[in-house]
Design a protein around this ligand. Structure first.
Ligand SMILES: Cc1cc2nc3c(=O)[nH]c(=O)nc-3n(C[C@H](O)[C@H](O)[C@H](O)COP(=O)(O)OP(=O)(O)OC[C@H]3O[C@@H](n4cnc5c(N)ncnc54)[C@H](O)[C@@H]3O)c2cc1C
Length: 389
């Protein structure tokens, strides 16, 4: 065993959460090592919709404050673009956008109602059937691949280390503290450990008797050939989230998601359900002018879901030097703020800029054993003899 390979802080997981935490720690002069079982951003962090608008999170204010600065702070482009437009194809959808706007207004963030004409001036390919929309003067979106790369380069620029193709297989605890991790490439000692392993966080912590209740779900995205650029890249609607890329492609995802067996094989098997067709149909309903363009690419990613849909960001009482961060489907947009929060928990034991009490793990202490079944978060039955999940 080679203790010298370790670091003051070892971080398990090279997604946006682990990389952002590493970057904030490295900025503070802390020696960090990120251990990633695959390559950085290969999981949800590099496959998501790029949305950065989480008004219901205690990290929202910091998310909104940091994103416009991230390219400058990191020193690399994330392709962040400000603002969002929500498109209502019927009055019921308009009511939902108004509710969101009301909530954001209570937090000091402004929205403007758009009639159908104003909406189409901003987003010409939007359907003639749209009854109106909401322009959010907050929020935005970024390019997930670019952002992961920006974090990773910025970590390394500050002297942080990232070891890819290195899976953590066990966590060593002694005297109430984590002493190091066992990996496929040997042992790494540490003074503090951050586990930011997305949906795999539960499996890593279970041997320590720590229950992080998560259910993975498969979500899919499609990318079309380019359309003429809209004034704003962030146009949502019809149950879809996504963005128009700088090149003009529409990159969109949305429900339905497919629940996976949390104890099933990893990585999950290839999708076998017609989710893509569903996405393409709804995208054409939202943007009829996309009806003639080809779907160039599609992919699936696994979302990590806690029972209440909120992240767990918590430094545990025991082992006292262990911080857990799993983001429950909202981790991309929150990453500038979640990484900062994790870094402060590691360094000072508390977050200085937001009240994270609603994100503590202990809120799930009395969860019934069958919570997944009660919510219906169970994998679908195999159809036509084809196994799913
Ligand atoms: C299709 C889709 C669309 C989404 N859209 C949005 C959106 O618009 N906005 C938004 O905010 N969020 C969105 N999300 C959710 C968001 O992508 C995730 O919440 C976020 O990426 C989580 O980041 P993470 O770093 O915590 O986890 P991950 O990205 O899952 O990274 C965890 C990393 O840990 C590594 N790992 C796991 N086990 C080990 C181990 N034993 N040893 C070493 N490494 C390990 C994995 O390989 C992985 O790279 C979406 C997700 C998907 C799938």
């Amino acid at each position: 065993m080679d203790e010298t390979k370790g670091a003051a802080v070892v971080i398990v997981g090279g997604g946006v959460t682990g990389l952002s935490a590493a970057w904030w720690l490295a900025r503070a002069g802390v020696e960090v090592l990120v251990l990633e079982s695959g390559i950085v951003g290969w999981e949800a962090s590099g496959r998501n919709g790029g949305g950065c608008t989480h008004y219901y999170s205690p990290l929202f204010q910091e998310e909104q404050r940091l994103w416009p600065q991230m390219d400058r702070l990191l020193g690399y482009p994330t392709e962040y673009r400000r603002f969002r437009v929500g498109v209502a194809l019927n009055p019921g959808q308009m009511v939902r956008y108004d509710t969101v706007a009301g909530h954001a207004a209570r937090l000091g963030f402004h929205s403007t109602r758009l009639d159908a004409k104003e909406l189409r001036e901003l987003a010409p390919p939007v359907s003639e059937a749209a009854v109106g929309g909401v322009f959010s003067h907050f929020g935005g979106h970024a390019n997930p691949q670019r952002t992961v790369q920006a974090y990773a380069w910025a970590v390394q620029d500050l002297g942080g280390r990232i070891l890819q193709n290195c899976a953590v297989t066990g966590i060593e605890v002694g005297g109430g503290r984590v002493r190091g991790v066992a990996t496929t490439r040997g042992r790494f000692g540490c003074e503090a450990l951050v586990v930011a392993a997305g949906p795999r966080t539960s499996a890593l912590l279970a041997p320590l008797g720590i229950d992080v209740p998560l259910t993975p779900a498969r979500a899919e995205m499609i990318v079309t050939a380019p359309l003429p650029a809209m004034a704003l890249g962030g146009v949502d609607g019809n149950g879809l989230y996504g963005r128009q890329t700088l090149r003009g492609n529409l990159a969109y995802g949305g429900g339905p998601h497919e629940w996976l067996d949390p104890d099933g094989a990893w990585p999950p098997r290839r999708p076998t359900t017609p989710l893509l067709r569903n996405l393409a149909r709804r995208l054409v309903e939202l943007f009829p002018k996309a009806g003639h363009v080809r779907v160039l690419r599609s992919w699936a990613g696994v979302i990590e879901n806690t029972p209440d849909g909120r992240p767990v960001i918590d430094r545990l009482a025991e082992p006292a030097n262990l911080t857990v961060a799993t983001m429950s489907s909202v981790g991309f947009g929150l990453s500038p703020a979640s990484g900062k929060a994790v870094a402060q928990l590691v360094q000072d034991g508390r977050c200085h800029f937001a009240d994270l009490s609603s994100l503590r793990l202990e809120r799930f202490a009395n969860l019934p054993r069958d919570w997944r079944e009660r919510r219906g978060w169970v994998p679908p039955e195999p159809a036509d003899g084809v196994a799913v999940g």
